[in-house]
Write a protein that binds this ligand. Structure first.
Ligand code: BEZ
Ligand code: FE
Length: 281
């Protein structure tokens, strides 16, 4: 029997049909990959050591495996497979490694940014509505997070207060919301681990274009995981994690030393799920 078929048949008795087909496809494609590249012994040793080094960089606050999935386009691919509808103007984005559990609810109109955080403020208002009927959705939860203007999320930066630039808001009976955030800044993904080695080898800049994350959820609706990018930002085309696109552009308007943005979130009917936060409370 062909070697790959022999290995696949050794896993054919897995009871769960989904797991059985995943493992079969994994063996089939991994064997084809190994056959194609024909790794030397030294390359194979490098591969398992590289993975051990990824594991060493992984802990409660950081997941190097998730970051690898992000920079080779797999995370955005999974998001698109599960949620994108061709021709529909709703942008789904990967969650990324910086969503933190249990961020606080904040009042309508309140800022999620501490007074001493440098950078221009942006007031974001808009509406959550049913994509098909256009009816406003009351009580939707908008969970937002973003990096400070030094490029760091609060969990990476001991000088920021706990849960700075993170918060949850609710839409009112007209589906509207109102919050104050920080004008987003571009920042590099962490490059001090094996993923950084790969980016340097590929001569890829490690930067994400400026963005603000949102997860918008409501009972009876498919959860929208998205990000808002800045209209006219040249870095959008070079997003290191292949997420930014024209479906997620915000038209930020300058008003003196502040900005304003009007941005709506359409939700499709479906199952409401909440993504697992990579960073614990
Ligand atoms: C982020 O936008 O928070 C992010 C996404 C993927 C990798 C690193 C950071
Ligand atoms: Fe981010």
């Amino acid at each position: 029997m062909d070697f790959t078929k022999r290995v696949m048949s050794a896993y054919a008795k897995i009871d769960d049909p989904r797991l059985r087909s995943i493992i079969a496809a994994l063996i089939k494609h991994l064997h084809a990959f190994v056959n194609e590249i024909r790794p030397t012994d030294q390359e194979f040793e490098f591969a398992w050591d590289y993975m051990a080094r990824m594991a060493a960089k992984t802990g409660a606050e950081r997941n190097e495996f998730l970051l690898m999935a992000d920079v080779i386009g797999v995370s955005q691919m999974v998001e698109s497979i599960n949620h994108d509808e061709p021709g529909k103007p709703v942008g789904f984005a990967l969650v990324g490694p910086f969503l933190r559990a249990n961020d606080p609810f904040r009042d309508r109109g309140a800022a999620d940014v501490s007074d001493d955080t440098p950078g221009a403020r942006v007031r974001i208002t808009g509406k959550v509505y049913d994509f098909h009927t256009k009816v406003p959705i009351e009580g939707a939860i908008l969970d937002t997070w973003q990096a400070a203007s030094n490029g760091l999320y609060e969990n990476q930066d001991e000088n920021q207060p706990d849960y700075n630039l993170r918060g949850k808001y609710r839409s009112d009976r007209n589906g509207t919301f109102d919050l104050v955030a920080l004008m987003p800044t571009a920042y590099p993904v962490p490059t001090d681990g094996p993923v950084g080695e790969l980016l340097r080898a590929a001569k890829r800049p490690p930067d994400r274009p400026a963005h603000i994350h949102f997860i918008v959820s409501a009972p009876g609706y498919e959860t929208l995981v998205t990000q808002i990018f800045v209209k006219g930002d040249k870095q959008i085309e070079e997003d290191v994690v292949f997420t930014a696109d024209e479906k997620m552009i915000g038209d930020f308007k300058r008003e003196g030393d502040r900005f304003s943005l009007v941005y709506d979130f359409p939700l499709r009917r479906g199952v409401s799920t909440i993504p697992k936060a990579p960073i614990p409370a």
